[in-house]
Write a protein that binds this ligand. Structure first.
Ligand code: NAD
Length: 504
């Protein structure tokens, strides 16, 4: 045998090694739709080897408040790919969301949800809708860092990182590239959150430059989501942060008319998880009427992720044929458009019999290269000069009189630190506040060097020492003020790293 033959045989063998995947059959309709999905994958020739894991109701009821046991963790860590049917979260306190646990523990940074219309076979107001929402999955207000700071004030920290923005935004552009999509829309609220959402916008502009062949646009989330609901056909790929993405991906699925048909992917650097977006539908469990399409579409994305896009396309086309032929499960059956109402098993068998066919009317799924794997480079951190230039001291003070507070604090001179302003719920109330501004028991008092106070338009912040902040806190404490927290003010490479007060 020649070396070439040997190499190609080895290559062939390498491709044929099945990819081990962790399979969670879930609860309610989970086992039925998983059986249907695995059956279709097998018949289409997917090179996968399922390893079953126990997640969800059984694990919860066995006392695992996270809904997952040690054995399952071990299989997930080894296989790194999870195909998950929906699970039932038992009612009552103490049970943690399994999805949040998996997402955070496994670093699944991207949630990808394609929403397509299958008009006229599945009725929708938007027959040309074909949008993919790519949502950052780990950061933002979902970090769960919350505090009650005073009797009346509660806070939740919104954390946005540069590596997090780079990763999700690059993923969105790479996704657009391999799926031959034409436009990426970024949705932010940086007219208000200039630093956090401003970073997301800035990183989007930087990365968009690297993909000149893909159109890009930025929209403010409020008008963006309104437009998405009214004209979803104008959108292609949308990338956004966690909370906005959570909301708009549900809006998109609802108006697409295909909640029961959507799959979603949760992508991490090492591990990826694929699932339907609907729940475990206990009301129709074990009745052979559930629609397996959501999980099947998730499995098609999984095949692309593991380098088997061509098999995924084959399955997608067989499924599209079945939808076109009018064989519909009860949830999408309409007398005027459907040919026959079928159960889960019959629907599955018809899809299998359609393998090898392509749809006539619905756009067929086709990947020219057969490769839709997406690799994101590691983040490269560039060190920046960081300088401490002041401090915001937060006080719990119940007298609603900013002038009184300001006149005391403005007399302080601790090393070089002088009071620049006081805000209440972000609005400047001293100096020159308005008596109309409602004040609660939460006061942010900004102290900076004298030079930064003199010129209001171009404040000249001077570096200060951390000890000066400690001294200031000590003085405030001895004057009887309740210091609830401090936030240091920094400049990075000479650029202000903090927002101005409203009205400052
Ligand atoms: P659900 O999505 O399970 O059901 C809502 C409605 O849609 C029901 O009438 C149901 O019969 C129908 N439906 C859902 N999927 C269907 C399918 N494939 N085919 C036909 N009809 C379908 O939402 P729910 O009732 O609010 O939640 C039930 C359980 O699922 C809850 O315990 C919830 O916590 C859980 N849940 C799990 C996930 C997940 O695992 N990712 C997601 C959402 C909800």
């Amino acid at each position: 045998m020649s070396t070439l033959e040997l190499v190609s045989r080895t290559e062939e063998k390498k491709i044929k090694v099945p990819v081990k995947i962790a399979v969670a059959e879930g609860d309610g309709i989970g086992p039925e739709i998983m059986k249907a999905t695995l059956n279709i994958l097998k018949k289409a020739g997917a090179e996968i080897e399922p390893e079953f894991i126990e997640l969800g109701e059984k694990a919860y009821l066995a006392g695992k408040t996270s809904g997952i046991d040690e054995d399952a963790w071990g299989i997930i860590k080894n296989n790194k790919i999870i195909l998950k049917a929906p699970i039932t979260t038992p009612q009552g306190k103490g049970y943690k969301s399994l999805n949040v646990t998996l997402r955070k523990t496994l670093g699944l940074f991207a949630n990808v949800r394609p929403v397509e219309a299958y008009s006229p076979f599945v009725p929708t107001h938007f027959p040309k809708m074909d949008v993919v929402i790519i949502r950052e999955n780990e950061e933002d207000l979902y970090a769960g860092v919350e505090h009650r700071q005073t009797q009346d004030v509660y806070q939740c920290l919104k954390l946005i990182t540069r590596p997090g923005c780079e990763r999700i935004i690059r993923y969105a552009f790479e996704y657009a590239k391999v799926y031959n999509r034409k436009k990426v829309t970024c949705m932010v609220k940086d007219n208000i959150m200039k630093i956090t959402d401003g970073l997301f916008h800035k990183v989007f502009d930087e990365i968009a430059q690297e993909y000149p062949e893909i159109k890009n646009e930025v929209q403010i989330i409020d008008i963006g989501s309104a437009k998405l609901a009214a004209q979803p056909e104008d959108y292609d790929v949308i990338v956004t942060s966690n909370l906005y993405g959570d909301i708009i991906s549900d809006i998109a699925a609802e108006i697409g008319g295909s909640v029961g048909m959507c799959g979603s992917s949760n992508i991490g650097k090492e591990v990826a998880m694929f699932e339907a977006i609907h729940g475990s539908a206990p009301d129709i469990a074990s009745k052979n009427i559930a629609n397996p399409s959501g999980l099947l579409n998730a499995a098609i994305s999984m095949l692309a992720h593991i380098g088997q896009a061509e098999i995924g396309d084959k399955i997608k086309n067989a499924w599209l044929c079945t939808i076109e032929q009018g064989y519909h499960t009860a949830d999408i059956y309409r007398k005027d458009v459907s040919r026959k109402q079928v159960g889960t098993e019959e629907f599955t068998n018809i899809i299998i019999s359609n393998i090898g066919r392509t749809p006539n009317l619905l756009p067929k799924s086709f990947s020219s290269s057969g490769n839709r794997m997406i690799n994101i480079p590691d983040y490269i951190r560039k060190e920046q000069k960081k300088e401490l230039v002041g401090v915001d001291v937060f006080l719990d003070w119940k007298e609603a009189d900013p002038e009184k507070l300001g006149s005391v604090l403005s007399r302080l001179d601790i090393y070089q630190l002088k009071l620049k302003m006081i805000t209440n719920r972000g609005v400047k109330v001293y100096p020159e506040g308005l008596s109309e501004t409602y004040c609660t028991d939460h006061w942010r008092c900004r102290f900076v060097s004298q030079s930064a106070i003199i010129n209001k338009d171009e404040p000249d912040y001077k570096a200060i020492e951390f000890e000066h902040i400690l001294a200031l806190q000590s003085v405030l404490h001895h004057l009887g003020y309740d210091v609830i927290k401090t936030e240091n003010l920094y400049e990075f490479e000479g650029h202000r790293g903090f927002s101005l007060g409203q009205g400052e």
